[in-house]
Each structure stands twice: as structure tokens, then as C-alpha cells.
Design a protein around this ligand. Structure first.
Ligand code: CO
Length: 187
């Protein structure tokens, strides 16, 4: 396994719609998938799409946020890992929710983005098996962010207002009084 380089918006691959993955191709992509998982975890991310490592493929890895017990300790094995191949959002709630996002391809910045509160996703897993998944809240947000990457879209395209974009330093300084707000960073 290997840690991969994550590209930034200067690289045009990040802006290209990614190519669908065929069944035969998927068999050859297993080492890439393992490397993407390792790279996401090394960067403390909750998601990483193949275009972010310079591969224009409809493939992403996602690891959900942990759950915490009443004492505030992380519950072991409470994170779920997903490998999504050729994913499509087949339903989205009318209800939207604003939240703060970051991106491993735009290090050091966060911004406010409105996302559908709930989505249904049709996808294949890493072995090509078809799955239909439903998520809400932060997990639905991560899926929307990663599937946007497969269409060349970055969270900075979807800010609720141009001024709702900050360096992490600015955001956390301004946000001290609102520290209860949870942040999905570095996905
Ligand atoms: Co991202």
C-alpha cells in the first residue's frame, strides 16, 4: 500500500467529469482502492475521490464520522467504510441543510455549503456488487461532496455566498463561541 499525492485545483483532472469504471477494469483497481483508503486515513479525511489522486475514474472512498458515547469517548468500530463505484444520486430530499466543508484538494480552507439533507445512492461496491444506500445528515453531505468530485465540481462552486469561505484559522477563531457546531473538515 502507498500514500498517494493529492492534487489541487491547478490540475485540470480535478475539473473533468470522471470516466465510468467497467467490471474488468474494477478488478485491476483493487490496489488503487487500498491506496486511496490509506491516503484518506493518513490525511484524516472522511472521503477521497479518484480524481483527487489524479485518476479520472468514477470511484471514491468514504469513511463516516465516529459516534461517541455519553462520556464523549469514541465508540470503537462506529465508523463505516464505503467504496463507491459508478455512484449515482437517485433521490434527494427537498429539505436542505447548511454546513461547513473542507476538501483535501483545497487544504487550509473551509466554506459553507447547502446540501440535501437526505439522499439515496445507487452504486457498486469494490467488487462490482450493486447497492442502494440511503443516508441523511453529515453522511449524506459527504456522499454529495464526493459524487460532485466525479463530476468535476468542488465545494467552492457551491458556497452559500462568496464571503462564506475562510481559512481554517479564521473560521476556528471566529467560531469559538459557536464551538458546538460540528465541522466536516478535510474530505
Ligand atoms: Co473534496
Amino acid at each position: 500500500m502507498a500514500i498517494l499525492d493529492i492534487i489541487t485545483p491547478e490540475n485540470p483532472i480535478l475539473r473533468q467529469p470522471a470516466e465510468p469504471v467497467s467490471r474488468d477494469q474494477l478488478k485491476t483497481l483493487q490496489p488503487l482502492i487500498d491506496d486511496m483508503i490509506e491516503t484518506m486515513r493518513a490525511a484524516n479525511g472522511v472521503g477521497l475521490a479518484a480524481p483527487q489522486v489524479g485518476r479520472s475514474l468514477r470511484l471514491a472512498v468514504i469513511e463516516t464520522l465516529p459516534q461517541y458515547d455519553d462520556d464523549g469517548d469514541e465508540i470503537p468500530d462506529s465508523r463505516d467504510l464505503f467504496v463507491i463505484v459508478n455512484p449515482e444520486i437517485v433521490w434527494q430530499s427537498r429539505k436542505e441543510e447548511e454546513g461547513i466543508e473542507g476538501c483535501l484538494s483545497i487544504p487550509g480552507y473551509v466554506g459553507e455549503v447547502s446540501r440535501h439533507y437526505a439522499v439515496r445512492v445507487q452504486t457498486q461496491n469494490r467488487y462490482g456488487k450493486k447497492q442502494r444506500l440511503k443516508f441523511n445528515g453529515w453522511t449524506a453531505r459527504i456522499f454529495q461532496h464526493e459524487i460532485d468530485h466525479l463530476n468535476g465540481i468542488l465545494f467552492t462552486d457551491k458556497l452559500t455566498a462568496p464571503e462564506n469561505y475562510w481559512t481554517e484559522e479564521e473560521y476556528y477563531k471566529d467560531d469559538e463561541e459557536e464551538s458546538a457546531e460540528r465541522v466536516v473538515s478535510a474530505d
